[in-house]
Design a protein around this ligand. Structure first.
Ligand SMILES: NC(=O)c1ccc[n+]([C@@H]2O[C@H](COP(=O)([O-])OP(=O)(O)OC[C@H]3O[C@@H](n4cnc5c(N)ncnc54)[C@H](OP(=O)(O)O)[C@@H]3O)[C@@H](O)[C@H]2O)c1
Length: 315
């Protein structure tokens, strides 16, 4: 497993980590045993960073993850990252929301507390919630602060609210067919030393080769109605998947592994957090690390994927 630093801290994180939104009704891993097998396999493979959020399964993901890590006896060896939703950002709610995360995770401290998205309809002042998070570091309740889905202008102003602590990360959607993060977020992160946790690194499974424009499963999960799987978008995405398959064959890798490898090559600040529904997927994803495709192969994907326009105007 390759490791990268969390922001400018000395904490080392597996370049391929584990997203655990899958531990929820939205994705279907809802029983403790299945979740524990996934977490256990991840630990065996050297994964040490686990991403969850208060909203995933209304706390189910935090509960299942926290219990598994505790039973496996690895709490001190891993980095737990959770998130407070944009609605929980009044000063009081930052404290109350964090207390509930701690209870659900069954832990004394949270390694990385992220703001899941900026406040939308509630006009919580930026420095109000950032300062409250900083106070939680001072109290030893959280260790680091990260943001998620924040544009650079707002990252800047949020960061300037901190007086004694640094921001360490931004979490953002980034995969081969949704590359907006490259325009502003990644250059900003590289310039200022932020880690970039890339969500939906497999485009919710669209890049794994399992789905084709003619084989769009009747999803009974969160992907029902997702623009990614609209036939017009899938036709374009599948051209990229064909190249992933070709490159994968040369390296004896699956398309998902090539897709994640491409992200790891895109910036040293990137850490991918694919979700997995079983131990085999964790294993496949972990093997996206520790090798590199050739520059020619990387370029082929760069060119083909830059022609994809995933449109959300699908009705
Ligand atoms: N900050 C945010 O706003 C935000 C938003 C979304 C997600 N996230 C985080 O990012 C994580 C990952 O993103 P995501 O869940 O949206 O999507 P993703 O990681 O792009 O895709 C995950 C799905 O792809 C399939 N898959 C995974 N590995 C595979 C493999 N090796 N081979 C074949 N299929 C495989 C599985 O579904 P099937 O087997 O059913 O196809 C899995 O549920 C989440 O768990 C969460 O922690 C954060």
């Amino acid at each position: 497993m390759e490791f990268r630093y969390l922001g400018t801290s000395d904490v080392k994180i597996s370049a391929v980590s584990l997203g655990t939104w899958q531990f929820s009704d939205s994705w279907g891993v809802t029983d403790y045993k299945s979740a524990k097998f996934i977490v256990e396999r991840a630990i065996e493979l050297g994964i040490n960073f686990f991403d969850t959020a208060a909203v995933y399964g209304k706390g189910m993901s935090e509960r299942l993850l926290g219990r598994a890590l505790k039973e496996l006896g690895v709490r001190e060896d891993v980095v737990i990252a959770t998130k407070l939703p944009g609605e929980f950002l009044s000063r009081h709610d930052v404290f109350k929301g964090t207390k509930k995360c701690l209870e659900r995770l069954g832990t004394e401290y949270i390694d990385l507390m992220q703001v899941h998205w900026p406040p939308l309809w509630n006009n919580f002042p930026t420095c109000g919630y950032m300062r409250a998070l900083e106070e939680l570091i001072h109290k030893g309740v959280i260790r680091y602060i990260g943001l998620s889905n924040f544009p650079v202008e707002l990252i800047d102003s949020a960061w300037s609210c901190l007086s004694t602590e640094d921001l360490v990360s931004e979490q953002i959607r980034y995969n081969l067919v949704e590359r907006d993060a490259e325009k502003e977020i990644i250059p900003y992160a590289e310039a200022y030393g932020l880690s970039v946790f890339t969500w939906s690194p497999l485009a919710k499974g669209a890049l794994t080769g399992k789905y084709t424009p003619d084989n769009l499963p009747e999803f009974d999960d969160v992907r029902r109605g997702s623009a990614l799987f609209h036939p017009d978008n899938m036709k374009q995405i599948y051209k990229v998947v064909s190249i992933l398959k070709e490159i994968g064959e040369r390296h004896e890798k699956a398309p998902a592994q090539v897709a994640l490898n491409w992200l790891l090559m895109s910036s040293d600040n990137v850490i991918v957090i694919p979700g997995a529904k079983n131990p085999k997927q964790v294993e496949d994803n972990a093997n996206a690390s520790g090798w590199r495709m050739t520059l020619d192969e990387w370029l082929r994907l760069e060119e083909a994927s830059s022609r994809v326009r995933v449109s959300r105007v699908v009705w």
